[in-house]
Design a protein around this ligand. Structure first.
Ligand SMILES: NC(=O)c1ccc[n+]([C@@H]2O[C@H](COP(=O)([O-])OP(=O)(O)OC[C@H]3O[C@@H](n4cnc5c(N)ncnc54)[C@H](O)[C@@H]3O)[C@@H](O)[C@H]2O)c1
Length: 385
């Protein structure tokens, strides 16, 4: 691809912390992707913490605007799109302002601290329907997960028997882990672990059309206090773990779907998984063993044999990495960024079909999490529309 035919998308980053830096790294190694006719260029960095923007100044040579005030970035006509990775209590205001400024937006989950905030963001989008707005979700771009998505699109599972999807961590098992904003209801939200991890779990089920019809939520707060910086213990009120027993439907038949988001799943570090059991095909993928894809094809009377392969590095957007090598977290981030830029540059004519999570999918996820909170409060199964 000659330089002249590559469309450059000029990005501003609001929130230059953990995830902001991941985008900078992905944009910095765009040459990893083969023959794309679009590329991101990060031209502005905004954070209220100068140490965070300092990292961008040192590491991203294309940055020409550094500011603590995101409005300066929104006022800049030379910026096409924004990546916003800030604490959840700021999503409503900043995402809304980005949309009203007419900039494309890749926002981070949960896309609003609660249902009301999510509705406000979606409302702003309703008034600016031409702006492309998506929510970050990278795990479906692992080649094993991507393959399962293809199989669902091809209708290969038969009648769905059951689905299990989850995202599990374990570092919160350590009672000495200091509290941070992700453990504070005022900043992270009442959803706790669901707000932090749940959109990752729901993206593919929702994309497959498996929106829960009801939910029974079992939420637990295992660690009730944590040390602050100085070592003093302070309350830790957010939900650590959530198991959502849902009823979903496909092809006119209902099936159980168990979604789990856990910060305290002993032994797990960033384990995202999707298991689909069907009458003609079952499939399992987990980032715990990110090369491994397991599947069991079935025909009446046939043997039931699980097959397992080490999936080659065959990504949604072809990369320079050889097929024999491993795919990892930062590769998934790069692929997700390719999907967002692809959609910005080419609209419906994308190079491949998987988009980042849509605002409608974030709205559906908020309905599920809000119902799960009600279920926990009342002990009842909550119906969803
Ligand atoms: N996709 C993923 O896998 C993934 C992983 C972690 C976090 N996240 C999400 O990313 C978002 C950010 O999380 P993080 O882990 O990067 O947090 P972080 O704390 O590392 O970074 C957030 C940054 O926002 C900055 N900030 C706060 N107020 C601001 C303001 N008014 N204007 C500009 N910047 C401001 C902070 O100074 C900080 O640098 C959250 O929504 C979180 O849920 C996504």
């Amino acid at each position: 691809m000659s330089k002249a035919t590559v469309r450059e998308i000029r990005f501003g980053v609001i929130g230059c912390g953990l995830m902001g830096r991941e985008f900078a790294s992905a944009a910095g190694r765009w040459c990893h992707l083969v023959d794309l006719d679009f590329a991101p260029r990060i031209v502005a960095a905004c954070d209220t913490d100068s140490a965070a923007t300092g990292w961008f100044e040192r590491n991203v040579p294309t940055v020409r605007l550094v500011t603590a005030d995101y409005r300066r970035l929104l006022d800049d006509p030379q910026i096409d799109a924004v990546y916003c990775a800030v604490p959840h209590n700021l999503h409503e205001r900043i995402y809304g302002d980005v949309i009203r400024a007419g900039k494309g937006l890749l926002g981070e989950k949960p896309f609003g601290i609660d249902l009301a905030a999510n509705r406000a963001i979606c409302g702003a989008l309703g008034e600016h329907p031409d702006v492309l707005v998506r929510c970050s979700s990278q795990f479906p771009f692992f080649p094993g997960a991507y393959k399962i998505g293809q199989w669902v699109r091809e209708g290969r599972f038969g009648r769905i028997i059951e689905v299990e999807a989850g995202f599990w961590h374990s570092s919160d098992l350590n009672p000495d882990k200091p509290i941070n904003w992700k453990r504070l209801i005022a900043v992270n939200g009442e959803y706790g672990c669901m707000g932090d991890l749940g959109m990752h779990v729901l993206h593919l089920p929702l994309r497959f059309g498996w929106k829960p019809r009801s939910v029974r939520g079992l939420l637990s707060n295992v660690m009730r206090e944590r040390p602050e910086g100085a070592g003093r213990k302070v309350p830790c009120q957010t939900w650590d773990n959530a198991i959502l027993a849902c009823e979903a439907a496909a092809g006119g038949e209902t099936f159980p779907m168990v979604l789990s988001t856990k910060r305290i799943a002993p032994g797990h570090a960033n384990t995202w998984f999707l298991n689909i059991y069907g009458t003609q095909l079952s499939a399992r993928f987990s980032t715990r063993n990110p090369k491994r894809l397991a599947w069991l094809p079935y025909r009446a009377g046939g043997e039931q044999v699980w097959h397992e392969i080490d999936v080659p590095y065959e990504s949604a957007y072809p990369a320079i990495t050889g097929g024999i090598f491993e795919f990892g977290f930062s590769d998934a981030i790069l692929q997700m960024w390719a999907a967002f830029c692809d959609e910005l540059a080419r609209g419906r004519d994308m190079h491949q079909p998987l988009t980042c999570a849509t605002p409608e999918e974030t709205a559906a996820s908020h309905e599920v999490f809000t119902a799960a909170l009600e279920s926990q409060r009342t002990g009842k199964t909550i119906a969803l529309s």
